[in-house]
Design a protein around this ligand. Structure first.
Ligand code: ADP
Ligand code: ASP
Ligand code: MG
Length: 406
């Protein structure tokens, strides 16, 4: 059985015109001889009826508090509405389909509501339905814990449902359909001349996704990478094949192109706060330990960590800054806070050892009078922290400097 997994994101399902495109992608692949598993997200984005954010807003009205378990139950509804709608559209054109919830499709997760990890997938029911020649529509983003409660896989988690199912079913390929023509050198909403990439390696896009490129969930890429399933990121609104994600060895004809490019793309994470804590007479070793232990104990995630002989500098999300301040004040430290920052990343497998990349970054930013608040590098990424007001200009300047555009 040749199995293909197709995943359709929120904007791909939000209007009847978009849904017509979805149906035509399904029909084309059936004609190509595939058995299809179609993973759907909730329709639309914030403000649209049935979108995940809209459901969350509904729960946030008034003074009540919705516990995490019940919040997952609520969020799971969006995908079920999409799935049922798609089933009826397929029936209209004579395509037999069946809808399975995450639990029915065999997703077993831990109980970390809102961000559950998949423990295993037992896709018996999916296979049975495929054998009966049905298109199997699976509600993305959800699973079931060991006590039978609904769980969700973290925002953007339908991508993870798709690649995890692809791996469990030994699918030939997983197609992630979205509202852009594949993976681009930067977010096209910010960098207008961002260029679609024909091929990227799992490592390249995994890095970009971790650094904020929202086009695919990083966990989804990790799962595909572990099982070696190729993924295509492509547009619902065109017939283009988008970007192929696989191991470079898979790209025999273009392997050199991939290996040769040292910068793949630019990504960003907005809304972070820089925190600086100086030892001021106390032993710095003790201070470093105290700070990071306290952050961990209070479940505050830290990033961009620079440890110096006299103190520490790091970032937290703006939303966690107040909590971090009270934790540090309780330790009688005197932290300095700079909110409204953005982390901009230059990503590429070949950065390591190429001379002059940092110089180019500094040149691009200083030419625009953009202040670099902090920087760090690894063998695949160089990060700079800038004021959020400078972020868009910084992304465009770096994109130009590395000649990533069309
Ligand atoms: P979906 O609802 O289909 O899952 P998302 O909004 O999660 O869609 O992801 C698609 C969006 O990702 C695009 O609209 C685009 O603005 C954004 N994006 C960010 N970085 C990139 C990038 N490097 N390439 C393509 N799209 C990107
Ligand atoms: N509907 C979920 C979300 O908005 C999952 C997804 O879209 O992938 O996060
Ligand atoms: Mg998404």
């Amino acid at each position: 059985m040749r199995i293909l997994v197709q995943k359709f994101g929120g904007t791909s399902l939000s209007t009847s015109e978009a849904r017509d495109h979805v149906v035509s992608h399904i029909r084309r692949e059936l004609e190509n001889g595939f058995r299809l598993v179609v993973v759907v997200s909730a329709m639309g984005r914030k403000g649209d009826p049935y979108a995940t954010d809209t459901l969350l807003e509904l729960a946030a009205e008034g003074q009540g508090f919705l516990p995490p378990r019940e919040q997952d139950l609520l969020m799971a509804c969006g995908e079920m509405i999409s799935a049922a709608k798609l089933c009826s559209l397929l029936a209209e054109c004579g395509v037999a389909s069946t809808v399975l919830t995450g639990a029915q499709a065999g997703f077993r997760t831990d109980s970390h509501f809102g961000n559950a990890r998949i423990l295993e997938i037992v896709p018996t029911r999916v296979l049975e339905e495929l054998e009966q020649d049905k298109v199997v529509i699976v509600t993305g983003f959800q699973g079931q814990n060991l006590t039978g409660d609904f769980t969700t896989l973290g925002r953007g988690g339908s991508d993870t449902s798709a690649t995890a199912l692809g791996a469990a079913l030994h699918a030939e390929i997983v197609d992630i359909y979205t509202d852009v023509n594949g993976i681009l050198t930067a977010d096209p909403r910010i960098v207008e001349d961002a260029r679609p990439l024909e091929y990227v390696s799992y490592a390249e896009i995994c890095n970009m996704a971790h650094q904020g490129a929202k086009v695919i969930h990083p966990r989804a890429v990790e799962i595909a990478m572990q099982s070696g399933i190729p993924v295509r990121v492509r547009s619902t609104f065109s017939e283009g094949e988008g970007t192929l994600v696989a191991n470079p060895e898979g790209f025999k004809d273009v392997q050199l192109g991939i290996v040769d490019r040292y910068v793949t793309g630019i990504a960003y994470v907005a809304n972070v706060t820089q925190i600086r804590v100086e030892a001021a007479g106390k032993g710095a070793d003790n201070l470093q330990l105290q700070v990071f232990k306290a952050m961990a104990e209070n479940a505050i995630s830290v990033d961009f960590i620079n440890v110096t002989p006299t103190g520490v500098v790091y970032t937290v999300f703006d939303k966690d800054a107040l909590k971090a301040e009270s934790v540090l004040n309780a330790l009688e430290l005197s932290p300095q806070f700079l909110s409204g920052c953005a982390k901009v990343s230059v990503i590429g497998g070949g950065i390591n050892g190429v001379p002059g990349i940092m110089a180019k970054i500094v040149e691009a930013l200083t030419e625009q009078n953009i202040q670099i608040l902090q920087s760090a590098d690894s063998n695949t990424t160089i990060w700079v922290l800038v004021h959020k007001d400078d972020m868009v200009q910084a992304l465009r300047a770096l994109h130009d400097k590395f000649e990533l555009g069309r």
